[in-house]
Write a protein that binds this ligand. Sequence first.
Ligand code: SF4
Length: 284
Amino acid sequence: MQCTLCPLSCGAERSAHAGACGVKGLTVAKAYLHPFEEPPISHKNGSGTVFFGGCALRCVFCQNFELSRATRGKEVTPKQLAQIFFELEEKGADNINLVTPDHVSDLIAEALALYKPNIPVVYNSGGYCKTDALERIAPYIDVWLPDLKFYSPALSKRYTGREDYFAYASEAIRFMAKKPLAWSGDGKLLSGILVRHLVMPSCTSDSLNILAFLREILPEGAPLSLMRQYTPMGNIERFPELNRTLTAREYRRVVEAALALGFHPLYTQGKESAGTAYIPDWEF
Ligand code: SF4
């Protein structure tokens, strides 16, 4: 069957070859207890994170380049993936965290139909996805963890090749925002949505547009994460403006705007978050 799972709708016959996302089936590059997500996600023991290879969105600045370009990872079946979920849960994971799942969401849903963990399942998406695909996996998902990267079609075209990024991501986040929020007594997110936005060099006006959009659609009390960790890497030779980390002034401008709009809880990062120290080693 020709694949139309993600907005690229490339029509690849995935039983035979990889699509534009770079993979045929499920490729897992790493599965471990990740301590560096936001506090309500990593919580006490760490997030049971499963990193999938391949990606439909080709950000030139990708911080996980080896994964998104599918040069790392091992192919697994839905049954083997279900076993990975089980093992992470046995190790004490606070949740199962599906990283870059959009191009393999139907196969992940098959794995979750075989084994639904007794801890929250987190859908950690780049935001570039179709709502009909989200609807199919939604019965298994407790927490939506989407990025909202760009508001401007010109910016998303420049840095990802796709000018329809916001059109798809905004619809996806509207859908995800309907999930009722629930927290454990000690601060773990059990249900709902946590949106992430990576503030980019020279893009603070775009960030302010994103905040205004999110203020309109997110329920009161929905957590927001403003990331400062942008580090020059990937294929940015043609984009000299991306060849630096964020200035303190740029980040402060976006954080102050979020506070003025009343986002709470608001998760922020320190200057030390930029760099490669928090990028996992991809051996699996
Ligand atoms: S998920 Fe992959 S194969 Fe399917 S439409 Fe998107 S890019 Fe093509």
